[in-house]
Ligand binder design. Structure first.
Ligand code: NAD
Length: 365
């Protein structure tokens, strides 16, 4: 089956099955509990390669449509992220509707864990926006099907450093493809969002001699990190027209859109943020037309999933490191395939992932 890149769809008329078939999801579980007020949706996109692993996001969605759409997009993304990375995992994700700051409590987490448990391991949860390691520890009280728990109870710990290392590998591979050398010394790199992943990325690339420009909405952090890494800072969001070699989005998704791509001076985009392309088809193509080498986000930010996979597979730290390092080779492979077939890098990555899924399906039948 050819991998199909989807675009968002109006959910008003076909809120569940229209969207379900559109995304080819295997199963969607609506979790409702009157006592705790839990309203959650678990999306299981595909389990051909293994159990569907993906984090739980708690967010104050404006509507149930928005929550459903989010979980479907995210769980589908996990299928391809794990497949392209070569993990024996399927794709799934969960959303809890509500404000994590005011509505999250241990009872709610336990009840959610019971729903996860009822799926018998078909879905394995982890941390995402609005969740903390402590929440995973609570879920662990009621189900073994959770990852990202504290190291003291056998967890894999903070995934951000390993995610940053994977992004660094992806960036170097993009440089090799675009500039003929993967050495980042002297390259001007804009890192947008210097949080958990962004800071470690800055550390790797400054060590290699890149000229780093930091951008964040947190000015205190910018001041602190500019001193620590002797880096320049740019304030505000008017950053896309800067004279840079590499743009590394490490804050939010959808920063690659009509407006920003038009201004972009960078020759490479390689960053950690999920769903960087506002529209996968359109903006993947626009980057290709401008000759900007885009390292697919779901490939180069896969260090985090490799890290939690260790809890399921029993990988050692060395194996995690090795697999994350391999993001370099896969990224190069994708650039070459995209060029050969004259398709976007996003589509090339999808095609390889889909081929792995199809082949595993064939072996099963
Ligand atoms: P984080 O919350 O620690 O850091 C995000 C940073 O971005 C913060 O410093 C924040 O102030 C800044 N930011 C927010 N809005 C901004 C804006 N408009 N402009 C500039 N800066 C802004 O998050 P993180 O864990 O470092 O993750 C970064 C990105 O990578 C997220 O999109 C996340 O989904 C993705 N990601 C993270 C991991 C991981 O292991 N942590 C794994 C895969 C993907």
């Amino acid at each position: 089956m050819k991998a199909e890149i989807i675009e968002s769809k109006d959910l008003k008329n076909d809120p569940v099955f229209g969207q379900l078939s559109f995304n080819n999801h295997e199963q969607i579980v609506f979790c409702n509990d009157e006592d705790t007020g839990l309203k959650a949706i678990i999306g299981i996109h595909n389990t051909t390669l293994g159990p569907a692993l993906g984090g739980t996001r708690m967010w104050q969605y404006k509507s149930e449509y928005e929550a459903l759409n989010d979980v479907l997009r995210l769980s589908r993304g996990m299928t391809y992220k794990s497949a392209i990375t070569g993990l024996k995992l399927g794709g799934g994700k969960a959303v809890i509707i509500g404000d994590a700051k005011t509505q999250k409590n241990d009872r709610l987490m336990r009840r959610f864990g019971e729903f996860v448990n009822s799926l018998g391991g078909k879905y394995i949860t982890a941390e995402d926006v609005g969740m903390e390691t402590r929440d995973m520890d609570i879920i662990k009280e009621v189900t073994p099907h959770v990852t990202g728990v504290s190291e003291t109870i056998g967890g894999s710990g903070n995934p951000s450093p390993i995610t940053a290392y994977g992004v660094y590998m992806g960036m170097k591979a993009a440089a090799k493809y675009k500039f003929g050398s993967d050495n980042l010394a002297g390259k001007k790199v804009l890192v947008q969002g210097v949080g958990h992943v962004g800071e470690t990325l800055v550390q790797h690339i400054t060590e290699e001699g890149a000229q780093v420009i930091l951008n964040d909405i947190n000015e205190k952090r910018l001041e602190e990190l500019s001193k620590k890494y002797n880096a320049n800072v740019v304030l505000g969001d008017d950053v896309y027209g800067l004279d840079i070699d590499i743009y590394a989005p490490c804050a939010l998704g959808a920063t690659l859109n009509d407006d920003t791509i038009n201004q972009l001076q960078a020759k490479i985009v390689a960053g950690a943020a999920n769903n960087q392309l506002a529209n996968e088809l359109r903006h993947g193509s626009l980057l290709q037309e401008k000759g900007i080498a885009y390292a697919p986000d779901f490939l180069i930010n896969a260090g985090g999933i490799i890290n939690v996979y260790a809890e399921v597979s029993g990988y050692s730290r060395d194996e995690i490191q090795e697999r994350t390092e391999n993001i370099y080779n896969t990224t190069l492979e994708i650039f070459n395939l995209a060029e050969k077939e004259n398709i976007t890098t996003h589509q090339a990555a999808f095609n390889i992932a889909q081929a792995r899924i199809d082949s595993a399906k064939k072996d099963k039948n």
